[in-house]
Design a protein around this ligand. Structure first.
Ligand code: IDP
Ligand code: MG
Length: 138
């Protein structure tokens, strides 16, 4: 199925000037970059975005971190885009991520793991519309 997925290059990676290097790895896999922008989330925005994790013990730290600096958000499209991006990202904890994945290469720790990618069709829909309006998604 042709899908769209939302990617966030997280503050740790933007700060180290490796945002486009990371996005290039996804483009190189054949997925099409539909839309892209750079912005800084407020704490409240980050809390809304990560609402599913509101009861986790890392929620406060995660949302503080995600609002600590600029992020680059992008939408990628292609056959099975959601799973393909998750595969290129690697496991949540960089220490457990496969060789050659973005998190293995660039992630600093389980929180500052350089990239977010949607995990389902439903979350992709919510996450894409969180950041992008219809006229940015042609
Ligand atoms: P995912 O990003 O691989 O889908 P999730 O479990 O959805 O992982 O967690 C969302 C984000 O929350 C992670 O990418 C990471 O930044 C942070 N996170 C997840 N687990 C932990 C943890 O145990 N400690 C600190 N931060 C965490
Ligand atoms: Mg997740």
């Amino acid at each position: 199925m042709v899908e769209r997925t939302l990617v966030i290059v997280k503050p740790d990676a933007v700060e180290r000037n490796i945002a486009t290097r990371i996005l290039s790895m996804i483009e190189a896999s054949g997925l099409r970059l539909v839309s892209i922008k750079s912005l800084r989330l407020g704490k409240e925005d980050a809390m809304r975005f990560y609402y599913v994790h509101k009861d986790k013990n890392f929620f406060d730290s995660l949302t503080t971190y995600m609002s600590s600096g600029k992020v680059v958000v992008g939408v990628f499209e292609g056959e099975d885009a959601i799973a393909r991006v998750r595969k290129i990202m690697g496991a949540t904890d960089p220490k457990k991520a496969e060789e050659g994945t973005i998190r293995k290469l660039y992630g600093l720790d389980i929180e500052k793991n350089s990239i977010h990618g949607s995990d389902s069709v439903e979350s992709a829909k919510f996450e894409i519309s969180f950041f992008f309006s219809e006229f940015e998604l042609d």
